[in-house]
Design a protein around this ligand. Structure first.
Ligand SMILES: [Zn+2]
Ligand SMILES: [Zn+2]
Length: 338
C-alpha cells in the first residue's frame, strides 16, 4: 500500500510533465509552421500547376495521413494538385477528392499504384480500380480506356525488364523521386529510363509520411485548370521537373528554357526547408516530453523479473496476467515476461 502510494504520485507528475511538454511542442510547432507560398504562375501562355502524382494515405494504403490529411498537407506544401495513389485501390483518392471539393483544396485526381514485381505502375485519372494481376500491357490499356494516364513509378534498373514491353505506352515516368535524393547514385537509372521512355517527365514524392509531399514535384503547363486539363498536358508532355543531386531540369525543352529564364519554378522545387528557432524549440520540447514517457519504461522492463511480475501486473495493468502483451499506461506496448 505504502509502496503503491509512493509510485502513483511520481508517475502522475511525470505523465503530466510529459503531456505539458508535448502539448507545448505542438503549439509552438504549429505557430512556427508556415505554408509554402501559393503562386499563380503563367509561363509561355500556360498556367503552371505544381502537382504530386504519387501519394499514399493511411486509410486503405500504407501511408500515415488520412486522405483529408493529405489534402490539407498538399495545400500546406504549395501544391495545386495531387493524385492519391493507394496500393491496388481507389477509395482513398475518392475520399480525398470528396473532401477537397468541399473545402476548396487542391485538385485531387483519383489514382492507384499497381505495385507488382517487376514494375510499379501509377494510374492517374481513372474511375475505378484496375486489376493489378493483369499483365502490364493490359493494365495500361485499361488505364487508357478509363481516360487515365500511366506513369512508371521509381523506375530504377530493377524494374526495367518489367517495363520493356510497354515503353511506348507510358504517358509519364518519374525522373525525380525522393529515394534518389538519399541515394544519388541511383538517379542516373531514372534518367536513363526517361531517355528511353520518351514520356512526360514526372516528379513525385511517393509520400507515405516521412519526408514531405511535393518534395519531388511536377510542374504541369495546362490550358485549363482542372483534372482534365492536367491529364491533357501530361499526354502532350508539357511538364518540367527538377530532379537529382544537381536539381537538373527535365521535360519539354522549350518549356525548360522559359522556366529557367523565369527562375520561379526552380525556386519552388527546392528541397531546402528552412528551420527556425521556434522549430528547434518545438523539437527539443517534444523529444524531452517523449523521453519522459519512454525512459521509465526501460527501467520498468528491468524490474519485470519473475519475482515481482505479480506486483507490477496488479499495480499497472491487471490484464497483463492474461495476455502475453499488455498496453501500459503511457500507451506503449511492453512485453510481459511470464
Ligand atoms: Zn512503388
Ligand atoms: Zn508508392
Amino acid at each position: 500500500m505504502t509502496q503503491r502510494a509512493r509510485i502513483v504520485p511520481s508517475s502522475r507528475l511525470r505523465r503530466f510533465g510529459a503531456a505539458a511538454l508535448v502539448a507545448a511542442a505542438i503549439v509552438i510547432g504549429t505557430i512556427a509552421d508556415r505554408p509554402r507560398p501559393h503562386q499563380e504562375i503563367t509561363l509561355g501562355g500556360y498556367r503552371v500547376l505544381a502537382a504530386d502524382f504519387h501519394t499514399h494515405s493511411s486509410t486503405w494504403s500504407d501511408g500515415s495521413l488520412t486522405p483529408w490529411g493529405l489534402v490539407i498537407d498538399a495545400w500546406y506544401q504549395g501544391l495545386d494538385a495531387i493524385a492519391i495513389t493507394g496500393h491496388r485501390q481507389t477509395l482513398d483518392a475518392k475520399w480525398g477528392r470528396w473532401f477537397s471539393e468541399r473545402t476548396g483544396g487542391p485538385i485531387v485526381l483519383v489514382g492507384e499504384e499497381l505495385p507488382e514485381i517487376p514494375h510499379h505502375v501509377i494510374a492517374v485519372g481513372i474511375g475505378r480500380t484496375v486489376d493489378s494481376a493483369l499483365p502490364i500491357a493490359e493494365q495500361i490499356a485499361e488505364i487508357h480506356r478509363q481516360g487515365g494516364i500511366a506513369i512508371a513509378a521509381h523506375p530504377g534498373d530493377f524494374f526495367w525488364s518489367g517495363f520493356a514491353p510497354v515503353m511506348d505506352q507510358l504517358d509519364g515516368t518519374e525522373v525525380c523521386h525522393p529515394f534518389t535524393l538519399e541515394y544519388p547514385d541511383a538517379h542516373p537509372e531514372l534518367e536513363e529510363f526517361a531517355r528511353r521512355a520518351n514520356a512526360a517527365a514526372i516528379g513525385s514524392s511517393d509520400f507515405h509520411g516521412p519526408g514531405r509531399q511535393g518534395m519531388c514535384r511536377t510542374f504541369v503547363f495546362v490550358r485549363e485548370v482542372s483534372a482534365e486539363g492536367i491529364l491533357e498536358a501530361i499526354r502532350a508532355k508539357r511538364t518540367v521537373v527538377y530532379g537529382g543531386p544537381a536539381a537538373t531540369a527535365y521535360g519539354d525543352p522549350q518549356l525548360i528554357q522559359i522556366a529557367e529564364a523565369d527562375g520561379r519554378l526552380r525556386e519552388m522545387a527546392s528541397t531546402e526547408y528552412p528551420v527556425s528557432v521556434l522549430d528547434r524549440i518545438s523539437q527539443i520540447l517534444g523529444i524531452v516530453g517523449f523521453a519522459l514517457v519512454i525512459l521509465p519504461l526501460y527501467s520498468q522492463r528491468e524490474r519485470l523479473k519473475p519475482t515481482n511480475n505479480a506486483r507490477l501486473a496488479t499495480t499497472i495493468v491487471p490484464s497483463a496476467m492474461k495476455y502475453p502483451y499488455f498496453q501500459c499506461s503511457s500507451g506503449m506496448l511492453v512485453k510481459f515476461i511470464p
